[in-house]
Design a protein around this ligand. Structure first.
Ligand code: AFP
Length: 300
C-alpha cells in the first residue's frame, strides 16, 4: 500500500488551507537545506575554514527560509534565532507568525552529526506570546535520513524524505516512551546543587547518558524512546542557555502533545510570556514522570 504523504496527512486534519500550505512550504525547504550541506562541504574542502563554514550554513539557511516565508505572503511576523529583531511582513495575506531556529546544533555539522530546523507557528500574527498559544510546531532533522515531525494540535506525526523528495509517514500519533535515558548540558563544575542532586539521583537509578550537543536531535531521541533532556541554569548563566522562542517552546509543545512535559524545573515553559526575542530558560523536557522528578527536587 502506498505510504501516506505529508499532504495527504494534512488534508485529513482540521487545519485551515493556509496552515497546510505553510507547513508544506517549510517542509519543502528540507531538501534545499540538506543540499546546502553538500555545497558547503566543497567550500570547506577548498578553504578549510571550519568556523566560517559553520557560520555560512547558519546564515544561508536563515536567509533561505526568510526569503521563502516572506514571498509566501502567509507570514505576518517572523522571529529567527539568527536575527536580533522580529521581522514584519505587513503585506501578508494570512495571519501566521513563525519562530525559527534555521539550523539548531550547527556546531555539529563539521563532525557530521544530526542537526535540525525548528519551527513554531502562531495563528494570530504575533511571535511574542506564551508557547501554549501555538497553532502548530514542527522540526526537520537532518540525520542519516531527513525526517519531519509535526503537530497541528492533533497528535504527533513523523515523516521521512524519500527518493522523490516527498515526506511519507513513518510514525502516527506518537506517544513519548519511558526509557531511562538522560542528557544534560553546561559544565558540571557550574551546576547548581539542586541540578546536581537530580542528575545524581537518576544516574543512581540506572539512567543512561545520551547527549549530542544538538537539542533537536537529543529531544527527538527522547521523544521516541523516553528520557529527560535538561539544560539547567548554571553559574554565570542564571537564566539558562536555551532560547524560549526558538528551541524550548516549539519542542516543548511537541513533547507535550506526545504526553510528555516541559518545565524550567519550577513551572511549565509553555506558560512563560517572552520578555525579549533572545529570552533564555533553564529546561527539563521529556517523559512526564521524569520531568516531574526534576521539578520535585528543583522546587524543593
Ligand atoms: P548551536 O546551534 O549554536 O550549535 O547551539 C546548540 C544548542 O543551542 C543546543 O542545540 C544544544 O543542546 C546546546 O546548544 C549545546 O550546548 P553545549 O555546547 O553547551 O553542550
Amino acid at each position: 500500500m502506498a505510504k501516506i504523504t505529508l499532504k495527504q496527512y494534512l488534508d485529513s486534519t482540521a487545519s485551515p488551507d493556509d496552515l497546510k500550505e505553510l507547513i508544506q512550504l517549510i517542509a519543502a525547504q528540507g531538501p534545499a537545506i540538506r543540499n546546502a550541506f553538500i555545497t558547503n562541504q566543497k567550500y570547506a574542502d577548498t578553504q578549510n575554514i571550519y568556523g566560517e563554514t559553520q557560520m555560512k550554513l547558519d546564515i544561508w539557511s536563515n536567509e533561505h527560509l526568510k526569503q521563502v516565508l516572506k514571498k509566501s505572503k502567509l507570514v505576518k511576523e517572523l522571529a529567527s534565532e539568527e536575527e536580533a529583531e522580529v521581522l514584519s511582513f505587513p503585506d501578508a495575506k494570512s495571519n501566521y507568525a513563525v519562530t525559527m531556529d534555521p539550523l539548531d546544533g550547527s556546531s555539529l555539522i563539521q563532525v557530521n552529526l544530526a542537526v535540525g530546523t525548528i519551527i513554531g507557528i502562531y495563528d494570530n500574527g504575533k511571535v511574542m506570546q506564551p508557547g501554549k498559544n501555538m497553532r502548530a510546531a514542527m522540526y526537520i532533522l537532518y540525520g542519516p535520513l531527513t525526517t519531519l515531525t509535526v503537530t497541528v494540535k492533533e497528535g504527533i506525526y513523523m515523516f521521512a524524505l524519500n527518493d522523490k523528495n516527498e515526506f511519507t509517514m513513518t510514525d502516527q500519533n506518537v506517544k513519548i516512551g519511558d526509557k531511562k535515558l538522560y542528557g544534560t548540558g553546561a559544565l558540571q563544575k557550574d551546576w547548581v546543587p539542586k541540578h546536581k542532586k537530580f542528575i545524581n539521583e537518576i544516574v543512581k537509578d540506572g539512567f543512561k547518558l545520551r547527549y549530542s550537543g544538538s537539542f533537536v536531535a537529543d529531544v527527538h531521541q527522547f521523544l521516541k524512546y523516553g528520557g529527560v533532556f535538561s539544560y539547567p541554569l548554571y553559574k554565570g548563566h542564571m537564566g539558562g542557555k536555551l532560547r524560549l522562542l526558538f528551541e524550548a517552546n516549539p519542542l516543548g509543545f511537541i513533547v507535550t502533545q506526545a504526553g510528555g512535559k516541559v518545565s524550567t524545573g519550577e513551572k511549565n515553559i509553555l506558560t512563560i510570556m517572552p520578555e525579549k526575542v533572545d529570552h533564555r530558560v533553564p529546561i527539563y523536557i521529556g517523559t512526564k514522570k521524569y520531568v516531574e522528578r526534576a521539578e520535585k527536587i528543583i522546587k524543593g
